[in-house]
Design a protein around this ligand. Sequence first.
Ligand code: MFK
Length: 552
Amino acid sequence: MAFFQDPPRLGNQYDDDPILASFLARGLEGELATIEPELRELGALSAELHGFQLADRLNEPVHTPWDPWGRRIDHIEVSPLWKEAARLAARHGLVAAGYEDRLGPHARVHQFALVHVLGAALDVYTCPLAMTDGAARTLIESGNRELAERALPRLLSRDPARAWTSGQWMTERTGGSDVGLSETIARRHDGGWTLHGTKWFTSATTAEMALTLGRPDGNPDGSRGLALFYVQVRDDQGRLAPGISVNRLKDKLGTRKVPTAELTLDGAPAILVGGASDGVRAITPMLSITRTWNAVCSVSGMRRGLNLARDYARRRRAFGALLTDKPLHADTLAGLEAEYAGAFLLAFRAVTVLGRLERGVATDHEARLMRALTPIAKLTTAKQAVAIASEAIESCGGAGYVEDTGLPQLLRDAQVLPIWEGTTNVLSLDTLRALGKGGAVEAVVADARDHLAGVRDAGLAAPAQAARAALDHAVVWAQGAMSDPARLEAGARRVALTLGRSLELAYLCGHAQWCLDHGRGGYAAAAARRLARHGVDLVDDLDAADTRALTS
Ligand code: MFK
């Protein structure tokens, strides 16, 4: 009889996560029972949607600039799965849950647990959700009551018919990193403002509103001369506001369902969110939130890839045995699990501290930690997500390289994670800047030490020591390099990744001890030992002359 390979299948994405439930049981102090039924429901839905994703694979957004009678309409039709994702996201509060009071300081953990379980099934609809969350937080922090009253009930609505999403239009042709070069001009007009310029990457272009930057006429160059503006992008019928046109949709490597557009603003009405300058500073709450989403989407994508790889290994027979029983294949998957477990705890540490800060219950050390923890979590997990996606599809052999298995999408969608919301290098420099603020270095070290303090199991001694040593090495190296800015900058990525990986290991050791103490098994302890062997200390002084020889 001819042989046909079974495709990999997904089970319940809540139950099939080896660390999520223990993390929630530990952190939510008895509240898990109240949210677990919904997480389990979403876990089943996440698996079900996998079939929808495969069926919807070729449906990409379509931009129609003109109607048949020559009117400019710039209609963007999104995929059927995206329409369903919008309904599900509102109904299950993927943004709203983070702002609701029911779980107090645990609201963010609740929200991002929902995102983690469902997000990977939504074909990157998490992109507009991240911007929406970031816009809500930015408006709250701006103190602009009028705009907050207009937008927040919509951005945080659980009613799909009322819910809005928000765009974040920051990138121009001059660059996505050096935002201070932005060329969009803001002019006073009839007591308000209009915007004139080009936005080069606008991802949530079906959103009802956007936050963006423009330079009020006459303001100086640089980021301080920019101001933060609110744009009502669409009216209640979904029509674009005057002065906004869609030039084209981007033809991207991945995130193919996301209607990322180039826009021309030619007199688009806009409202100042705060003052008429310092727009980059004003939009930083958006950056912190979207970077946190990035970290959670990284671990959510990793989990999906690993669950597909694990299931495949339990079905695929080669050289006389199931792959799962082949020592080398099992060894490979075990290494990926260890990376996932560390990444999960780093991302959710950022989520936990964010929630505590927002609710005013963070300790001093957590408040000083947050500014550095966000870029560290974003940059570290994004790199791991790409590596794990690549390995996950490789573990399915040739099938992983064939489009209609749906597997290549894992890698293409992961590749955006180290790019958008700040590249690895931009975030490494941001990490250094954050560590330069009072007490931040001490807060990072103290956070790792707090998590390591209760570690007693003999099997965790070596990984705990590896985390301490790597962290100390990174701090000592960075302090020693302060007097040589070029040396410090050259080593920034190695320092940031060392901090990220050693924090992952410290959190893993702490969590592993808790799991051993509470009958939650040895997964986290095994992950800690394995992650330590992969290496967490990347700090090194590379020769600047060698760098020139290799790059000139
Ligand atoms: C699905 C679609 C896929 C599409 C593919 C994706 C393609 C890529 C699309 C994109 O382009 S996404 C890119 C999004 N862009 C970013 O994430 C920006 C990356 N760049 C940075 O993060 C830079 O570090 C930054 C623009 C912030 C640096 O700008 P400046 O002009 O050098 O500002 P500066 O002086 O460092 O900071 C200005 C103020 O903000 C300072 O405060 P003070 O005025 O009080 O001193 C900073 O402390 C503060 N600040 C900067 N970064 C901060 C921050 N505060 C808190 N958190 C931060 N992260």
